[in-house]
Design a protein around this ligand. Structure first.
Ligand SMILES: Nc1ncnc2c1ncn2[C@@H]1O[C@H](COP(=O)(O)OP(=O)(O)OP(=O)(O)O)[C@@H](O)[C@H]1O
Ligand SMILES: [Mg+2]
Length: 361
């Protein structure tokens, strides 16, 4: 599956933009601020129904306008005659997605039709930011593969919220143990399942990630992802008991999967403290490409790869190996943005595939 035509109206800085794309590697170049990243975000919107950068759709409308549309012709790699038109529109606060002119009953029915994996310079937050960022990535990755997971995540969040309200409501009084126990029971099954699924997915993705990092870095740098969770040692029931006095004091649930983390390591040290900018970027790229491979393996679909300013901060040899990697077997459509056309050309000219060069702005 690939996008053969992308048309934007009033989307961010683009009043009207038409891009013809090929199924392989597409390079979008132009100076700072012409709207290259915005083009990738438009593809992300078509895939996920929302921007990569904001959950406020109104921010996506070109300043001074009152609606935007993103239209795409989606081609089928096997049957080239078979194209699907997808139209995403945001008008008067309402978002609709049409497939071949027909509205979806629910927006969520469209999700999964086009898969994307985006890598942007903002992703270093995954390493440098707090654990919320990593849980968000973990949750998004797993929910796309496992709908049961998303359900448990929602049940768990709600149960924690209710338990926190209870703890607050009893502030300064002696808690009714039976009452608290009944609230505990509501979050135990989903907490246990979330932990199990996170554990097994982490175990599956680690070897894929390590293989890709090694191919990209071509050094013997040791990388590791450790899933950290107090649920490795204690069942949720026991964890709640152990933390009961803390929770009563803090008036919130202090332990549970909502505090889980992925600890990234380089040569046995925390990446966020000891990684260079290029090493951190390489780590993130390898993690995202592992996500791409994982989706492909599990869902049997080839996502569109969106590479935003991918060559910034990584050295020439890593950039070259990255291009070799994405040109190898099994990668589908790729959109790459860069301010230096020569830089991308240099890396791609050493490879065989067909490339499409588009200048934005
Ligand atoms: N809703 C909007 N209306 C108008 N302009 C917007 C809107 N949202 C973002 N922009 C503008 O779009 C411009 C282009 O942004 P974008 O990040 O796509 O540029 P870019 O080509 O990727 O630049 P760089 O090379 O610096 O990464 C920015 O100047 C930004 O202010
Ligand atoms: Mg950009």
């Amino acid at each position: 599956m690939h996008i053969s035509k992308l048309q934007l109206f009033n989307f961010k800085n683009h009043e009207s933009l038409n891009l013809e794309l090929i199924p392989g590697v597409n390079i979008l170049t132009g100076n700072n601020g012409v709207g290259k990243t915005n083009c990738l975000d438009a593809v992300h919107c078509l895939s996920n129904g929302k921007s990569y950068f904001t959950s406020l759709d109104s921010q996506l409308i070109k300043h001074g306008q009152d609606f935007f549309t993103i239209k795409a012709a989606v081609g089928n790699a096997i049957d080239t005659q078979d194209t699907t038109e997808i139209l995403l529109q945001f008008d008067k606060g309402k978002k609709t997605i049409k497939k071949n002119g027909k509205n979806y009953p629910r927006l969520s029915d469209h999700i999964g039709f086009i898969q994307t994996v985006m890598i942007t310079p903002y992703d270093i937050e995954l390493v440098l930011g707090n654990s919320d960022e990593r849980r968000r990535f973990m949750d998004l990755l797993i929910s796309q593969l496992n709908t049961e997971y998303l359900h448990h995540l929602m049940v768990y969040r709600k149960a924690v919220e209710q338990r926190n309200s209870l703890l607050k409501a009893w502030s300064g009084r002696n808690m009714d143990d039976d009452l608290l126990e009944s609230f505990d029971q509501k979050l135990i099954p989903s907490a246990t399942l979330i932990h199990q699924i996170r554990y097994s997915i982490t175990q599956e993705i680690i070897p894929i990630f390590k293989r890709i990092y090694a191919a990209l870095a071509s050094t013997d740098e040791l990388v590791e992802i450790n899933y950290s969770s107090p649920l490795h040692e204690n069942a949720m029931q026991d964890l709640l008991k152990l933390n009961r006095s803390n929770d009563l004091f803090a008036e919130r649930t202090t332990a549970g999967p909502h505090k889980d983390d992925w600890v990234f390591e380089l040569q046995g040290n925390p990446l966020r403290k000891f990684g260079s900018q290029g090493q951190i970027k390489s780590f993130v790229i390898a993690l995202k490409i592992a996500q791409y491979r994982f989706f492909q393996e599990k869902l049997g679909k080839t996502p569109i790869l969106l590479l935003d300013d991918i060559f910034e901060k990584i050295d020439e040899s890593r950039a070259q190996r990255l291009m070799e990697l994405v040109e190898s077997e099994g990668f589908g459509q790729i959109l790459i943005t860069d301010t230096h056309p020569e830089r991308v050309e240099k890396h791609l000219s050493q490879l065989n595939g067909e490339h499409n060069h588009r200048s934005v702005g």
